[in-house]
Unconditional design. Sequence first.
Length: 746
Amino acid sequence: MRIYELAKKNKCTSTEVKAVLDSLHIEYKAHTSAIPLDRIADVEKALNTSVSSKEKSSTSKVKTVKKAVKKDSSKVKKVAKTTKKHVSKEEKTTTKKVVKSKKISKKEKSSSDSVKTKETVKKKKIPVKKKEKRIEKKEVSPNIIKEDTEESSLPQSDTPIKIPAHATVHELAELLNIESAIIIKKLFLLGVVANINKSLDKDSIYIVADELNIKVEIDEEIKEEEEIEEEEEIEEEDSTEDLLEVRPPVVTVMGHVNHGKTTLLDAIRNTAVVNDESGGITQHIGAYLVEHKGSKICFIDTPGHAAFTSMRSMGANVTDIVILVVAANDGIQPQTLECISHAKEAEVPIIIAINKTDVDGINIDQIKGELANNGVTPEDWGGDNLSVNISALKGIGINELLDAINLQSELLELKANPQGRTFGIVLESCQTDNKGPVVTVLVKNGTFKIGDSIACGHVYGKIRRMENEHEESLTNATPSIPVRIFGFSEVPNISAQVKVYKSDKEAKDIAKQRKNNLRHKNLQRKESITLENIYSSLQAEAKKDFKIIIKADVLGSIDALKSLLSEISSEKIKLQIIHAATGTVSDNDVIFAGTYNAMIFAYKTKASASAISLSKQHKVSIRNYDVIYHIHDDIKKGMEGLLEAEYIKNVIGKTIVKKRFRVGKGFAAGCLVTEGKVTNNSVCTIIRDGESLEIEEKVASLKHYKDEVKEVKMGIECGIALENFSDFKEEDVMEFFELVETMSKL
């Protein structure tokens, strides 16, 4: 049992337990020290005797205080009697003087007498009042009993206060309703130097609470963000049939790269977005609102490249209908299968759009057969999936596809409550230089309005401005409408939920609580130290670091880059992303990169003029990219460039030892070249009786008769001396090779 635990059990402080331990000559180091099991009974006995003696001493002190108070009260009575006598004598002398004087009238005589008597009474009563006040003070807080004002003012409660695990000093002080300085002082006396931001472990919290005589309970379970979301469920009125209204369907266009997803949306919207896409592929999510036959449809275009898996998954999770675009001339590809998996996981109906049907030599039935084999069976093949043949480039079959979407939407009976609790999903977010954080939100329920207080994860804000995809200003946004929101304090994570709250304070408190919970959760994830952990950490330290900074146009691009770069792994070098953010490359980014010897990779964003000039001064490399997989290739090459060069053994020839002869202090070998050639800069290994001697020595001298030569070819005799080996034997086979330098691969 530890010292603080025994103190808690016996309802005393740890200092009292330590005093008993000192008297019993039991050694200890701190409040957390363990007491020997065979001495616990002695310590408890000594504690009980000390407690009883303290109670007796306290009662005796109280009696002495009461006696002192009685003596003081008797003195007050005596003083009052003497003052009365003194006042009566004064009155007699004044009346005699008044009779003798003839000039003073009777009225003046009476008034002067009354004034004089009042003055004398006041003068004599003043010291009595002062003394009574002093006695009253003595009764309230006598000097005989002294208490620590800090600890006496602490909150006392029978019910324990719940404290989260790994709480900081500031948080502990707030929960205990005391000043942080008191906790810092207690920790300092325990030998722990702390500030208000220091995180405390379980034992430290218990010890501090024990020192302050406060009952606490450690709350080990930290609520996850999802649990907080469940506590803030949508009100029951949102599901009432009278308040529900038909909403536009949210349609996600998915498929393999270059199968025509963005071209299809261009045909629907009569725009030319694909011409602006770098590398001809969509590299982040776009949300658009179109109208067909009086019905609105919200389209979400997701990337098709392998790097954007997380984006495609998120697109499927926020959508009502998935359009699976398959090129008739290319068939089912890896990303096509991945999109099918995302749609099935989200339990979303799939409409098949077979594109490029105008190309010669295609087989549509073959495409449908491949789809059926992967669980997506067209309706005309007896399945549940609507299928439309289109040509996005020529605009063929577009109206039929939109009709299929409206039909599927009617079957789903999509509804929402515009008057209910307002929330939406973040599709995209980025940091801009002029407008701050800009967040694209898909409204799921309720109505977003200008001035609403919002929170998203650990980020809060107030809606200052809203725009549609055409950058037109909006005053409100109803369900299934994609809208760009300005007013967040920071850039929130994509796929996070945005909610509207009653006030700025409520939104800020919710965001702050989530941030604290996230920090506590990260603190609880600390690994325990094991031999395996130590070994792996030592290996990680031995690796070289390739440090980079990523700047991108939107947050989704950063997530895609991180996912793509995570595929680069090596036991020799470690890729370390020390910073990743949206926006232009700033001066701070360059200084940061220069400090940690890192490279800056800017994706679909630029560097400011001052950052470019500063990069030349700090010798920081800034690379700009428009296509995501070019970054992957260049980073891989850069990591390989940091690796040490590898050398491959290239065998060039063999000899056999015919004779051993002395040369100076050592020996040389007279050899016959049996294979290839021998050079004067080659390395030799020796094979004796069919087994290698496991030596590798460079050629020190190569002679043909008495002449030094650069090489000796097959069938010619020569003399060979090695640098650190001379124990040659006849019939030894000498194998010669050259070390060829090659670039190391990850």
